[in-house]
Design a protein around this ligand. Structure first.
Ligand code: DGL
Length: 269
């Protein structure tokens, strides 16, 4: 059981920002990553559609006899919470709770900003998690629909990203938040632009590190950490666009990815 792989998914390549941290915190684990590149973005779709996509992604990963699922997508995480039943044979870790916990530990003035896709912001999962942890905290939110396409198309640094960040984030800056949750796993790719608008006194909390540390704790507690000698391996699956995913993945992870990416038909799941 302990040497089974961990399944991770996102609508595209944003979840690789989580994989990067997972691999740092859990170097012996094997990962199976699925990026739904044929149907990205999720965040502008209805909850019904996002739920259908999310369940298909989970069914695909469950075919690998995994010991854990990590939902490396804020949007899918926000919709999963609304489903009556946990849909998988493996435990599911969503990015919401670990990230909210880290934000609550980080804030000094109790004013927390949340940015995410349109679906995540309207589903309010971070607000609920923060209210349970620190009821006195004030939460200010903003959807940033252009950030995902900018990241997927390789425009996460430079002029376009800066203009979009200024437009979306000026209001949050005025609210004097001291902590900003990057509630979408694509957003760490735009960190430079986001930090430039928010200023150095605002802490940016991204899901990757929070999720990686929490998963390590959970696996340790359950006696499910891999003890194997060799370094962990990662396999990548996408529903379209292998080249773009491979190229961008290499930039994010700092190692060749393209040769390990396979395309699958997610509609078959
Ligand atoms: N990385 C996904 C998230 O965390 C992006 C969602 C999308 O595809 O719009 O929300």
């Amino acid at each position: 059981m302990r040497d089974r792989p961990i399944g991770v998914f996102d609508s595209g390549l944003g979840g690789l920002t989580v994989v990067r941290e997972l691999r740092r915190a859990l170097p012996k684990e094997d990962f199976i990553y699925f990026g739904d590149t044929g149907r990205v973005p999720y965040g502008s779709r209805s909850n019904e559609t996002i739920a259908r996509y999310t369940l298909q992604d989970i069914r695909f990963l469950c075919g690998f006899d995994i010991k854990q699922i990590v939902v490396a997508c804020g949007t899918a995480s926000s919709v999963l919470a609304k489903l009556a039943e946990a849909p998988a044979e493996a435990p599911i870790l969503r990015i919401i709770e670990p990230t909210a916990r880290l934000a609550c530990r980080t804030t000094r003035n109790g004013r927390i900003g949340v940015i995410g896709t349109a679906a995540t912001i309207s589903n309010r999962p971070f607000q609920r998690a923060i209210a349970a942890l620190r009821p006195e905290a004030q939460v200010f939110s903003q959807s940033c629909p252009l950030f995902v396409p900018l990241a997927e198309c390789g425009f996460s640094k430079g002029e376009c990203a800066r203009i979009a960040a200024e437009r979306y984030l000026a209001g949050l800056r005025e609210q004097q938040v001291d902590t900003l949750i990057l509630g979408c796993t694509h957003y760490p790719l735009l960190k430079e632009a986001i930090a430039a608008v928010m200023g150095p006194e605002v802490a940016l909390v991204d899901a990757g590190e929070a999720v990686a540390l929490e998963l390590r704790e959970q696996l340790e507690e359950k006696g499910l950490l891999s003890l194997r000698e060799r370094a962990g391996r990662t396999e990548y699956y996408v529903s379209d666009g292998i080249e773009n995913f491979g190229g961008m993945g290499e930039e994010i992870l700092g190692e060749p990815v393209l040769g390990q990416v396979k395309r699958i038909d997610i509609e078959a799941y």
